[in-house]
Design a protein around this ligand. Structure first.
Ligand code: SAM
Length: 453
């Protein structure tokens, strides 16, 4: 028997491993002679044959080639869908894991305790819940134009979708109409490796309550018959065409032209009537965004006299839902179009105590405090990277009595909350909300209060 010291696996090695737990982000965690291997596609209890990708001093990453003995938890997937990697885990178990991961991040990364972890709010719909899908174009083995998602671990390959189970039936029909028309035009898919080809992405956005569909085709510079395109996609209430020469894999930027219908998407949310412009952030699960915002409102505990800040406010939805319960609302957001939407949304909902400003929270928060005065309650809803230490310091200077932190990443919430606790706040409660069934993404809301004295 080989008694040599354990060696770290190298790229391309094939190993048989048993997955113990799930890491934040969704990879399975297994050990190879004590060395940690993150296994994409493995769930706890699986014994799997994997191929090693990246290999570092402390850990390696690997993808599953074959499930040798499935976990007793594993269930049959309903679709070949790269956007739904957790569909092999029963939904109840997904919820438990998400709640555990929030608690674990706060305790281990933030070294926090003494808070109440309230029960996770399950999603209303386990499938077909997304109001926005971004597809990419490619070719199948026979050379036919296809539209779908990048394959996990094989980034240049596209997995075709003909019925995306995260999108509504109407959204699926619109995508199929676009693809058929693109085939009839013999358009080439864009290939990032060569920077050749025309068709880059297709963004389908839906007003779940209004029933409106917005279809935006993203291409390289080139020509397209806008009228024929519009005739081929009759269900689109707004048909947009973005041309970009960018090398980045993004649907943002470029020049956008309205080919038919209306530019903005109309929607109703929590009793508000809102309008959303093309590049403004909008929560992708409308029904659960309502639940999330209702929870943020509960945690804000407004009495009516408060000066309320909504930082990273996007099109203003959280603040506007809270404004009728506060004395005044001040929103801050970096995307100017989103602020224009927020101002328009305040007006159309006859909310007259709301003020919105475009600016970078890092630079503009001090200015806002000078202009508006200190907040009583402050809501933050930052991107996944969370708040920088400097922004947390600015919030501490602003000294709100209560902070409601809406987080899409508990591993960045944890150090931010720890810094606030260090400065005299108390983390009182946290509640996860499942906005993204069948995926490892976690959303939660935390309530912090300044200790008196
Ligand atoms: C998670 S979204 C929240 C949006 C909004 N609260 C909502 O629920 O729709 C984060 C927002 O932060 C904005 N943002 C990102 N970095 C920013 C910064 N440095 N300063 C201000 N806003 C920023 C993004 O444009 C985005 O609208």
């Amino acid at each position: 028997m080989d008694q040599a010291a354990p060696t770290r696996p190298r790229r391309g090695d094939q190993l048989t491993l048993t997955v113990d737990t799930l890491a934040y982000g969704g990879a399975g965690v297994a050990r190879h002679e004590g060395y940690v291997v993150f296994v994409q596609g493995g769930i706890p209890g699986d014994t799997v044959l994997v191929e090693v990708g990246k290999s570092k001093r402390a850990y390696a990453e690997a993808r599953v080639l074959e499930v040798i003995t499935p976990s007793p938890d594993r269930i049959e997937p309903v679709a070949d869908h790269p956007g739904a990697p957790w569909q092999v885990i029963p939904y109840e178990r997904q919820l438990e894991i998400k709640a555990e991961q929030v608690d674990d991040a706060l305790r281990r990364i933030g070294r926090l305790d003494g808070y109440t972890l309230e029960p996770i709010i399950p999603a209303e719909q386990q499938w077909r819940y997304r109001n926005k899908l971004e597809y990419s174009f490619g070719r199948d083995e026979s050379g036919r134009l296809i539209c779908g998602f990048h394959a996990p671990g094989r980034w240049e390959d596209i997995v075709e979708v003909t019925d995306c189970l995260l999108a509504s039936e109407a959204g699926n029909r619109a995508r199929e109409e676009v693809v058929q028309w693109c085939r009839s035009q013999s358009f080439e898919p864009y290939d990032r490796r060569t920077n050749q080809g025309f068709l880059r992405n297709l963004v389908v956005r839906e007003g779940r309550r209004s029933g409106e569909l917005q279809v935006r085709l993203v291409t390289s510079p080139g020509k397209l018959d806008g009228e024929a395109f519009a005739a081929a996609v009759p269900a689109a209430d707004g048909l947009l065409w973005t041309r970009t020469a960018s090398l980045a894999e993004t649907t943002a930027g470029g020049e956008t032209e309205l080919l038919a219908g209306v530019e903005r998407l109309e929607e109703q949310l929590g009793g508000l009537s809102i309008s959303i412009s093309g590049e403004a952030f909008f929560q992708t699960n409308t029904e659960m965004a309502e639940r999330l915002y209702a929870l943020a409102l509960e945690y804000a505990e407004l009495r009516g006299y408060e000066r309320l800040y909504d930082l990273y406010c996007g099109i203003g939805t959280i603040g506007l839902l809270m404004a009728p319960r506060a004395a005044e609302l001040w929103g801050l957001e970096i995307v100017e179009d989103a602020i224009a939407d927020a101002i328009a949304n305040a007006r159309r909902n006859e909310i007259d105590n709301a003020h919105f400003f475009a600016g970078d929270v890092r630079l503009a928060l001090r200015e806002l405090v000078e202009k508006a005065g200190r907040p009583d309650v402050l809501v933050v809803d930052p991107p996944r990277a969370g708040l920088s230490q400097k922004v947390v310091r600015r919030i501490i200077e602003a000294a709100p009595k209560r902070i409601v932190y809406v987080s899409c990443n508990p591993t960045t919430l944890a150090p931010n909350a720890a810094q606030l606790v260090e400065a005299g706040y108390q983390l009182l409660k946290v509640r996860p909300v499942d906005m993204f069934p069948q995926t490892p993404h976690i959303e939660c809301v935390a309530q912090l209060e300044r200790r008196s004295g």
